[in-house]
Structures are given as structure tokens and as C-alpha cells.
Ligand binder design. Structure first.
Ligand code: FMN
Length: 395
């Protein structure tokens, strides 16, 4: 060994034993990476994954499984996320992006940004005040909320917490009268947009079935043995024993009948194919929501961001198109808009915020994504939403 090498070795031995370096990361030792970062408050979360980290620690395993699972081998769940990672943005230079405006409008409503709260059932397992707390998180920013038929609380309480009518997601049940009773209750709150979810005539969720088999009571969020008929939105209605939460008999005749039974705007949630989008337009529907239920419906293994341009092509701007599934960054939102979406929904990210820090966590999630969208628009050289086109993406 040369003198120089010997000296280096001695120096390294001395340094590694020195208290001066104690606590500093070293090669081979575990470094403080994103997964170790635990935000102590909503303000300290820098991205939506920081919220996931905290929620993971707050929830029991059953709740975590309910939120995170997909279906079958979770190919679709993963595809939704990977779809965004495969798309590449083009960075334009020397465009004045000192002012960026991402406000927009949809179904006659002004939106602070194109990001909307997706309907998520059973939010009571994410936070004791569930949907009410989620609604509180949108009051300051003004983002739109779509509440679920499977919500933990009733629409009246949620509307009051939100401070304005919410949009309503419908699981139509298999009994027309029950569905109509629910719709009258929804209309009475001033809600004027209805999202009909059509993507779960049946599904296979292995991970949750394991828990259900154990029959462990989960008293934190619901009373054991409760069924869909016990959901808040079914209370006060005359519900026969044959009533079920899903309606696999649903077809386009049903959609037309539903459309004619309400003055609310009707959006179909769960479309992924162009031929179904074409039928939706023909049926006089007001909007299409491209969604595979966040990878919780069919196991196509196909990402919603890949379905989006196929749907947009046949819709040809006649009605608005919304997309969701796997959106975790402002850049994802920009990619969806570039491929023709008018707005996007987020599901799990705000549920993480809710589980981490309640309303403040929800509010921060929307602030993070809006902020990231603004930066992405600056990088793309697109100061307004109208400037965003396919040119923002590499072919
Ligand atoms: C735990 C959970 C419950 C959901 N419940 C509903 C529901 O009641 N009705 C519905 O239409 N979609 C429901 N969804 C789907 C969401 O509305 C949305 O399509 C999906 O979460 C978007 O994907 P993302 O979670 O990757 O953002 C649920 C999603 C999750 C994660």
C-alpha cells in the first residue's frame, strides 16, 4: 500500500469513529428518504405521498387495505399510475408565464382549478367525521366535491359543512323507487350534477375478502353486520329486502329512464371505451367520466390516461370529459388536460390527507396539486388552460 493510500485509510477510520460525523448519512447506512419523512402537520407535507406516509401510520390494517386495494392482481391499479410515468412533457422556453391561471368552469360552475374531489364511500374509516371533514377541507379553496352514495354521512350534513350544494355520485340500487327516493332527497339540497357510476356490475377484491373472512369487528368506523341498506343515504326510504347496492341489470334504457327522471345534469362515471362514449353522447348525457374506479373495477390492466384520448376522439368536444385514476402530481393533471380532459378527479390522495390531518390535510392536498399544476404550466409555457394542447406532450 502506498503512503498516500495508507494515509487515506487512516483518515477514513478516524472520521468514521468521530462524533463530528455521528448522525450524518454514510454510504451503506440507511438514508433519510421519502418513506421515512413523517410530516408533523399538514403544512409540513410537501407532496401527496407525505400525506400517505402519515395516514399509513394512523390507520389500522383493514382501513389501509380498503383504501389501497385494487382488484385481482392489481394490474389496472398499477397501470393507472404507470400510464402517467410513460408520458413525457415538453418544456417550452421564453414564454411569459409570470402569471398562470388554472381556473375553469364545468357544468355552469366556476372551478378554482380543474381538480375535483372524487366520490369515495365509507370515508368514516379515514376520519371519524368522514365526508363532513372532507367537505370542510374544500371551503377555503372552493374545489368541487362529488359525494358517494356510500358516504358515511347524509347529503344534508355534508352540504352544510361544504357551504354549497355538492355533486352526487349514484349507485342506483336494483329498486327504481329507492333510487328515485334518493334522487328527490339529493335534489332538495340544490345539487345539480349527478354522476352515475356504471363500472362495478361485479368485482373481485382478494385483499379485503381476507379481512372479511376473519370477521374481526371494526368498531372504529362501523357497526358489525351493517349492509348497504344501513348507509346514511338510504335512511328514511322504504327499502325492501331485495334491495342491493349494485345493479348489474343496468343498461342504456336504464340510463335514459334515469335521465328523464331528474333535471340534474347526468354524467356517466366509469366509461373507458370509445364505443361506450359514443353511446353516452347519443343518449343525451351531459358529461363522461373516464374512470376504472381507481383500479377497483375491471382488471383490464389498461390505464385511464390511455383510454382518455380514445374517448376524447369520439366525443369531439360535444360534452365535457373528466378523467381519474393514478393522478398524484400536478404534471399528471397537465398530461390529462393535454390529452383532452376538461377536468380531473382525485381519490386516494385526498383520503390520505383526510386520514393524516383531517380537513387541513384535505385542503393541503388540493393546494399541493394546484401549486404543482401551476409550476407544470410554467414549464410547458402554457399560462392558461386554453393554451394546453397535445403540443405539451412528446409524441
Ligand atoms: C376507498 C375508495 C372508495 C371508493 N368509493 C367510490 C364510490 O363510492 N363511488 C364511486 O363512484 N367511486 C368510488 N371510488 C373511486 C373514485 O371515485 C375514483 O374513481 C378513484 O379513486 C380515482 O383513482 P385514484 O384513487 O387513483 O385517484 C372509490 C375509490 C376508493 C379508493
Amino acid at each position: 500500500m502506498t503512503n498516500t493510500n495508507l494515509y487515506r485509510r487512516k483518515l477514513m477510520q478516524f472520521l468514521s469513529a468521530s462524533p463530528l460525523l455521528a448522525g450524518l448519512p454514510s454510504y451503506g447506512a440507511q438514508r433519510l428518504d421519502d418513506r421515512d419523512y413523517i410530516a408533523e402537520s399538514a403544512d409540513m407535507a410537501v407532496n401527496v405521498f407525505d400525506m400517505e406516509n402519515v395516514a399509513l401510520r394512523n390507520w389500522n390494517q383493514a382501513h389501509w387495505t380498503y383504501i389501497s386495494q385494487g382488484v385481482d392482481d392489481e394490474l389496472t391499479l398499477r397501470a393507472n399510475r404507470e400510464g402517467y410515468q410513460r408520458l413525457h412533457l415538453r418544456a417550452r422556453r421564453l414564454v411569459d408565464v409570470s402569471r398562470v391561471d388554472y381556473s375553469t368552469s364545468l357544468f355552469g360552475h366556476a372551478l378554482p382549478s380543474p381538480i375535483i374531489m372524487a366520490p369515495v364511500g365509507g370515508l368514516g374509516m379515514a376520519h371519524p367525521d368522514g365526508d363532513i371533514e372532507a367537505a370542510r377541507g374544500l371551503v377555503q379553496s372552493g374545489h368541487k366535491m362529488i359525494m358517494s352514495t356510500a358516504a358515511t354521512f347524509g347529503i344534508e350534513q355534508i352540504t352544510q359543512a361544504r357551504g354549497e350544494p355538492v355533486w352526487y355520485q349514484l349507485y342506483p340500487t336494483n329498486v327504481w323507487e329507492v333510487t328515485q327516493g334518493m334522487l328527490r332527497r339529493v335534489e332538495a339540497t340544490g345539487a345539480d350534477v349527478l354522476f352515475l357510476t356504471v363500472d362495478i356490475p361485479g368485482r373481485n377484491q382478494d385483499r379485503m375478502r381476507r379481512y372479511n373472512q376473519r370477521k374481526e369487528p371494526c368498531n372504529e368506523c362501523h357497526i358489525p353486520g351493517t349492509t348497504f341498506a344501513d348507509k346514511a343515504m338510504l335512511q328514511g326510504l322504504d327499502v325492501p329486502n331485495v334491495m342491493r347496492g349494485s345493479n348489474p341489470a343496468m343498461d342504456w334504457d336504464f340510463v335514459r329512464r334515469l335521465r328523464d327522471s331528474t333535471n340534474m345534469k347526468l354524467v356517466i362515471k366509469g366509461i373507458t371505451l370509445p364505443e361506450d362514449a359514443e353511446l353516452a353522447v347519443a343518449a343525451g348525457i351531459d358529461g363522461i367520466h373516464v374512470s376504472n374506479h381507481g383500479g377497483r373495477a375491471e382488471e383490464s390492466g389498461y390505464a385511464t390516461i390511455d383510454s382518455l384520448p380514445e374517448v376524447v376522439e369520439v366525443v369531439r368536444g360535444r360534452i365535457p370529459v373528466i378523467v381519474d385514476g393514478g393522478i398524484r402530481r400536478g404534471t399528471d393533471v397537465l398530461k390529462a388536460l393535454a390529452l383532452g380532459a376538461d377536468a380531473v378527479c382525485i381519490g386516494r390522495p385526498y383520503v390520505w390527507g383526510l386520514g393524516a390531518f383531517g380537513a387541513q390535510g384535505v385542503e393541503k392536498v388540493f393546494r399541493i396539486l394546484d401549486n404543482e399544476l401551476g409550476i407544470a404550466m410554467q414549464q410547458a409555457g402554457t399560462p392558461t388552460l386554453a393554451d394546453i394542447s397535445r403540443a405539451a406532450l412528446r409524441a
